[in-house]
Design a protein around this ligand. Structure first.
Ligand code: HEM
Ligand code: MG
Length: 328
């Protein structure tokens, strides 16, 4: 089997990460990018393979080295996304659309379609990417980024901060309720949507001057151009979703969906939320993963169990009970 991912790192200080060995380069024909500005940027600087096809081990290492993401967080996000969007046999994931470079597909109904895949990990009400319903859930969207700018001007004196995050999160949810008849906002998307709005504050601010206020041209660099500023230092200590409570409390909303059309948001009490994190794990494994892999056998079952064990490691600090949909 592939190795257990490396981490936590010994050296977690701020350091130059837009360095000689990791210059930004423009895309070449065939290079894949997707809905995640963090991974896009790591690929465009060569912290990940520039073609956008990576192993989960490479991703876990790159997000720690390049952005000082906390090891547990890196494991959780990487393995959740990898198991549903990647190829567990070849150990490869596309950070964007489906690609033959991840190898031969396991049997239907498995998708192995990359991070662009809607509703298994990627979801609605993203900050700078549109809802799947409107046709493109992965490319940078200038219209949406104008909201990011406008709210930063209105609530952050021209910078993006956690106060702005609370307002932007609210606006994107209200827009989706009003315009997307298929709007769905349940776990895991409910949790990642709030977490994502803290990322620009936690990861995109230079580690030598962390004041919680992100410059908008730096933000555009990451979100649109997948580019670190010249001389960029990663954060000065390992980070996760610090400040997510501020965003949640600004405009509280429970998990739910539009039912039967727009403007009819109905709460879904079966969804996990921040108060019930083990339910996120259990539902993700028993529902989302199981729906893609209802009855795996042989090497596929072994590979799924290997990766499910790593995913569970990421929940150990939450005191959850491991589930074994495919035996031990
Ligand atoms: C969004 C995957 C790490 C920054 C996303 C999305 C995916 C994803 C699938 C789309 C969700 C959506 O908005 O619908 C991953 C994986 C990671 C990872 C597998 C592995 C650890 C990072 C890191 C950063 C980052 C290290 C930044 C340093 C973001 C941001 C968004 C996002 C800001 C929201 C984009 C938006 O709403 O417009 N990520 N990500 N991610 N990711 Fe990542
Ligand atoms: Mg999205």
């Amino acid at each position: 089997p592939p190795p257990f991912p490396v981490g936590p790192l010994n050296d977690t200080k701020a350091k130059l990460v837009n360095d000689k060995a990791h210059p930004w380069k423009p895309l070449r024909p065939g290079d894949i990018r997707g809905p995640c500005p963090g991974l896009n940027t790591l690929a465009s600087h060569g912290w990940l393979p520039r073609n956008g096809i990576a192993t989960p081990q490479q991703i876990v290492l790159a997000v720690q080295e390049g952005f000082n993401m906390q090891f547990q967080t890196a494991l959780l996000v990487t393995y959740a996304a990898f198991i549903v969007d990647g190829n567990v046999i070849t150990n490869l994931l596309s950070i964007g659309g489906k690609s033959p470079k991840t190898g031969e597909d396991p049997p239907h109904p498995a998708l192995v379609a990359g991070l662009n895949t809607h509703a298994v990990f990627e979801g609605d009400a993203s900050m700078t990417r549109n809802d799947f319903f409107f046709g493109n859930n992965h490319d940078f969207n200038e219209t949406l980024f104008q909201d990011f700018i406008d709210l930063s001007n209105d609530f952050g004196a021209g910078k993006y901060n956690l106060t702005v995050a609370g307002e932007l999160r609210h606006k994107r949810i209200q827009d989706s309720i009003a315009n997307n008849p298929n709007f769905t906002f349940v776990s895991p998307r409910y949790v990642t949507a709030f977490a994502e709005t803290t990322i620009p504050v936690n990861f995109f601010i230079d580690g030598r001057r962390e004041n919680g206020q992100l410059d908008l041209d730096v933000a555009r660099g990451f979100f649109q151009h997948m580019r670190m500023p010249n001389g960029f230092f990663r954060p000065s200590s390992p980070r996760s979703t610090d400040g997510v409570d501020v965003v949640l409390n600004a405009h509280p909303i429970r998990p739910g969906h539009n039912v039967g059309g727009v403007n009819n948001y109905v709460v879904d009490p079966t969804s996990a939320d921040f108060l019930n994190f083990c339910l996120l794990y259990t539902n993700f494994v028993n529902q989302t993963i199981k729906s893609l892999y209802p009855n795996p056998t042989g090497a596929l079952r072994q590979a799924l169990n290997f990766n499910l064990n790593i995913l569970f490691q990421a929940f150990v600090s939450f005191d959850c009970t491991q589930v074994f949909p495919y035996g031990k």
